[in-house]
Design a protein around this ligand. Sequence first.
Ligand SMILES: NC(=O)c1ccc[n+]([C@@H]2O[C@H](COP(=O)([O-])OP(=O)(O)OC[C@H]3O[C@@H](n4cnc5c(N)ncnc54)[C@H](O)[C@@H]3O)[C@@H](O)[C@H]2O)c1
Length: 433
Amino acid sequence: MPHAQMHPDTPVQTPDRLLRLLLVGAGGRGSTYAGYAVTTGRAEVVAVAEPDPIRAATALERHADAELFADWRALAERAPEADAVIIATQDVDHVEPAIRFAELGYHILLEKPMATSEEDCRAIVAAAQRTGVMLAVCHVLRYTPYTQGVKEIIASGRLGDIVSVEHLEPVGWWHQAHSYVRGNWRREDQASPMLLAKSSHDLDWISYVVGKPVRKVSSFGGLMHFRPENRPQGAADKCLDCSVESTCPYSAKRLYLSCLGDPDRERWPLGAVTEVRTVEGVEKALREGPYGQCVYACDNDVVDHQVVNLEYEGGATASFTMTAFTPFTHRKTRIFGTRGALDGDGVRVTVTDFVADLVPGDEETIVLGVDGPDAGSGHGGGDERLVDSFLDALTSGDPTRILSDPATSLESHIVAWAAERSRHTGTVQTLAG
Ligand SMILES: NC(=O)c1ccc[n+]([C@@H]2O[C@H](COP(=O)([O-])OP(=O)(O)OC[C@H]3O[C@@H](n4cnc5c(N)ncnc54)[C@H](O)[C@@H]3O)[C@@H](O)[C@H]2O)c1
């Protein structure tokens, strides 16, 4: 049974010592979480497992006293004294370390998706349950002030019973090209389907907001645009050599060179392309690596648009759309209840009360979140608060500080696989009650 969760703002006692963390995978996400943990003044990183020498060196600059290992297996072999491990390797490399570190008795902060198959997710959850360790899957959107505000409005009864939800994930045209056409999540066999790689956040978020389990799922979608047959006449394999690059919305040259001089965009997306922040460095990476490839000449197969329809226990329904072909901006949600409706843009919500707001203009608009693009602002504050909640759970020993227990995380992953089965077979999937 999912546990009742503590509000993330409820204070916990300060520990009498620093919490000790292991970091497995000092890439983009791992460094971010470890960095936040240390910044709180409540934790230290005592060991890092990272095979990439540049990333390892950067991690050691930040965590000077940490012991370095070239692989998580060597770290597990040594098993230093610590409270928890952050596992932030790539999707296919979650299952083995998650099970091993659970067996060793470490609490775990695990990046999403938990794993790339339903079987592996179940194995991770079973390992956490068997060993009694706390497992926090990084559903960062649950932790944002925006989400907590939406939850409070629903809990207050202002909307009545939720009947319908409409949710859009605007991936963003250049973000799709960066991560899901050229980048690490472009192929299902090397990462996972888009619903897990990107939209597991959304499927989890909608269920969190509705507060009921999903009973039926259907889905459509596919890879419509980023295919060889859509390649413009005269396009070259590399954007740097391309005669039509200047009119192409997906030009790697325009995207990555324009990051130079902007610290946020140098960190991401440019940080995935190269560590060298010069025109020459970027051009070398675009010439030699995957990020300079024409979007119509990649080996990508993940979808660029997908819809998922959900029916919840009790009959409420939700429709979800992910699409590449949008500005890079916050998710948009409309929630329709029996007493009111909420229209949210990721920062502010407009609430219409069906008793009080008969005349247009009577609705109330409330600012709940922080502005700025999702990734650039740490998922709207969710990254920091997730880490804080995890540290709270470690300090207090209270797993309800973590806003999704392992069984709940597993449920949202199962919904993603059901949607994929529906999309591939043209059937409605029913989930067991
Ligand atoms: N929560 C979110 O919103 C969010 C956002 C982006 C990515 N992610 C997920 O986070 C995870 C990491 O993504 P990322 O962008 O940080 O990737 P990344 O490639 O930057 O980092 C992964 C790191 O793991 C290291 N690694 C590889 N093999 C290893 C081993 N055997 N032992 C230890 N380290 C090893 C790599 O060298 C790399 O530095 C992925 O599962 C991804 O899907 C989540």
